[in-house]
Design a protein around this ligand. Structure first.
Ligand code: FPP
Length: 246
């Protein structure tokens, strides 16, 4: 129906959900209404990705830098996150989705953390799509934390400096255990990475949609995915090498 090739879907799709504020301001609504509308899009897109058979979906929901927004907006976003996570846990479970979080969880309010832990525990036995929310997440902070932990493991003898490889390094990141994203979508026309998954995006295909997140529909998702399916991923090799699989 959507014309997508099922075995050429990204295994891991990451999304920077941007434009809630602008969507609201264009309609003379408060930014918070924009975020509420954004939550509706999250529900729809999560279920659509799970139905399509995408293995991993990672959503940038709240950055380490977002704490600097006005207090009322931060409070409203935290309340929305808590409500979403608590109310969706049952639906995630029904869809066999496993819930996961990356980011600095210590900085989240205790009630949000409790909801996060509840959803992780409730869905931990599921075998379908892994839904990861990036909360209080910043990629440079993630890399710094990994480097600090590696230094301490080397100092205590848990890790030998000679054994440090890209794979070993990656296992110290919040995303340890997740494959790197194959495809990144950012909405609202901004063409930036904004401190999201800097290590993991090394070979990711990037896609920028001009649509604000509250208006990002399944049709827009299919448009992005069919664009992905038309691309040739070379990982530094030549086109001829890819086509002859040499
Ligand atoms: C960007 O819009 C979006 C965010 C900062 C947060 C994304 C959050 C949601 C979609 C709602 C909560 C999430 C979940 C998973 C329940 P913006 O405010 O930066 O928009 P602007 O750039 O137009 O100001």
């Amino acid at each position: 129906m959507h014309g997508l090739i099922p075995d050429k879907l990204p295994r891991h799709l990451a999304i920077i959900m941007d434009g809630n504020g602008r969507w609201a301001q264009e309609r003379m609504l408060t930014r918070i209404i924009g975020h509420q509308k954004g939550v509706e899009t999250v529900r729809v897109i999560v279920e659509e990705c799970s139905r399509l058979g995408i293995g991993y979906l990672t959503l940038f929901a709240f950055s380490a830098e977002n704490w600097l927004r006005p207090k009322t907006e931060v409070k409203a976003l935290m309340a929305l996150l808590k409500k979403y996570i608590a109310s969706e846990a049952a639906r995630m479970d029904a869809n066999n989705i496993r819930f996961n979080v990356i980011g600095n969880r210590d900085e989240l309010p205790p009630d949000v953390n409790k909801a996060v832990q509840g959803a992780i525990d409730r869905t931990s036995g599921n075998t379908g799509m892994i839904l990861t929310l990036a909360l209080s997440y910043g990629a440079r902070q993630e890399i710094m934390t990994a480097a600090t932990r590696i230094a301490s493991d080397i100092a205590s003898g848990v890790l030998k400096a000679d054994d440090l490889s890209e794979t070993a390094f990656a296992s110290y990141l919040f995303t340890g255990g997740l494959p790197d994203p194959d495809f990144l979508i950012r909405t609202s026309g901004e063409m930036r990475i904004s401190n999201f998954l800097l290590w993991q995006l090394a070979y990711t295909e990037l896609y920028f949609s001009s649509v604000n997140w509250p208006e990002f529909t399944p049709a827009e998702l299919y448009r992005a995915l069919s664009d992905y399916q038309a691309r040739e991923r070379r990982f530094g090799r030549t086109s001829a090498q890819i086509n002859t699989r040499s």
